[in-house]
Design a protein around this ligand. Structure first.
Ligand SMILES: [Zn+2]
Length: 352
């Protein structure tokens, strides 16, 4: 694995495991098993609490044998809104109801003037994570298209222009994360699975702008969403084969993105679509985040074996389908352990 210049890590093993990003928060920090749950602490106590939760989340990943670790998104209330909260130009008091990803209504803040980033958003958190471990670390940021789909725009009056502004800001943030030793910067773009014309017209260009000049590895995560009802209802309308990836993977194949993180286990995505990004590194979702049922290691191994028909072993990273924030902590822990155990089965087979 390529590592950033100021953090020489040992090469990681084959089939290095990872997570899509978010992990459950402790109940003393925020109400568990819901999205957008309110913080239970305030002021300095909240800052300390978030950092303690980050340490615990890291330890849980390590104890489960996860190779490429993250902050578990413990310092974020939500993967999109927490980033936006730190920017100028967005009024959180002025709210509008919009349909997110063409799927469900949500009350969102309004863009009222030019978007700027007065200071870094996650760099201090990333420094803390970097201090805690010498393992490779991955940091997730919301992608430009997914961000603008979670906002009401009363200033730019153009989704493309607004996304481009966010791409520039994300690029600044990403460069600072790289500088403090983040090994992989991942952009979460579930919106890519919905707005195909826009992906084509400007979505890919914005993603490329967001990764411009980065020397660390870059990833994009594209999934069918958290296991919340709006998403599971939507999935029921998608028919027996989910072929959304068929439209976007060729564009990613032609892009400068190093790693593509996809939902594979228990989904109706035809696994052979992975062939469309042959040559890229793939984080293969082998854990279903929309059910409390714990995968057996053998089930994980089966998903990985199927993926190996289309992804070279040195480019395959066993992962979760999406974030696990809405799950209970014991379910998330057990799923991480299953991911590690399943990867180990296949590792042993490959080395036999
Ligand atoms: Zn996801």
């Amino acid at each position: 694995m390529k590592t950033s210049t100021n953090n020489p890590h040992p090469e990681t093993q084959i089939l290095s495991t990872s997570t899509a990003g978010s992990l459950p928060k402790p109940a003393w920090l925020a109400q568990p098993e819901v999205l957008w749950s309110q913080w239970k602490l305030e002021g300095k106590e909240l800052i300390d609490g978030k950092h303690d939760a980050l340490r615990v989340s890291l330890q849980e990943q390590q104890q489960a044998g996860i190779d490429i670790v993250s902050d578990g998104e413990q310092t974020r209330q939500h993967f999109v809104t927490t980033f936006i909260e730190h920017l100028n130009g967005v009024d959180f008091e002025k709210r509008q109801t919009v349909k997110i990803r063409d799927r469900y209504d949500a009350s969102v803040p309004t863009v009222v003037s030019a978007i700027t980033r007065p200071k870094s958003v996650f760099v201090e958190d990333a420094k803390l994570l970097r201090q805690q471990t010498s393992q490779p670390i991955k940091w997730a940021l919301p992608g430009p298209m997914t961000i603008i789909d979670t906002l009401y725009d009363d200033h730019y009056h153009s989704r493309e222009k607004l996304a481009w502004e966010f791409a520039k800001i994300l690029n600044q943030e990403a460069k600072e994360l790289e500088a403090v030793g983040v090994d992989i910067i991942q952009f979460d773009e579930p919106a890519f699975n919905v707005f195909f014309d826009e992906v084509n017209d400007w979505g890919m260009a914005c993603l490329e702008r967001a990764i411009e000049g980065l020397k660390c590895e870059t990833a994009v995560h594209i999934c069918y969403g958290y296991g919340i009802k709006a998403n599971t209802d939507w999935k029921k309308t998608l028919g027996s084969q989910w072929r959304q990836y068929e439209v976007i993977l060729p564009k990613l194949q032609a892009s400068n993105i190093d790693i593509v993180s996809l939902e594979c286990h228990n989904s109706r995505v035809p696994i052979e679509l992975l062939e469309l990004i042959r040559g890229k590194k793939v984080m293969v979702g082998a854990i279903d985040v929309a059910t409390d049922t714990i995968e057996t290691p053998e089930e994980v191994a089966n998903t990985l074996r199927e993926a190996l028909k289309y992804v070279d072993a040195d480019k395959l990273y066993p992962c979760t389908n999406c974030g696990m924030a809405p799950l209970s902590r014991h379910v998330a822990r057990a799923k991480l352990q299953a991911l590690s155990a399943g990867a180990q089965i296949v590792r042993t087979e490959l080395c036999a």
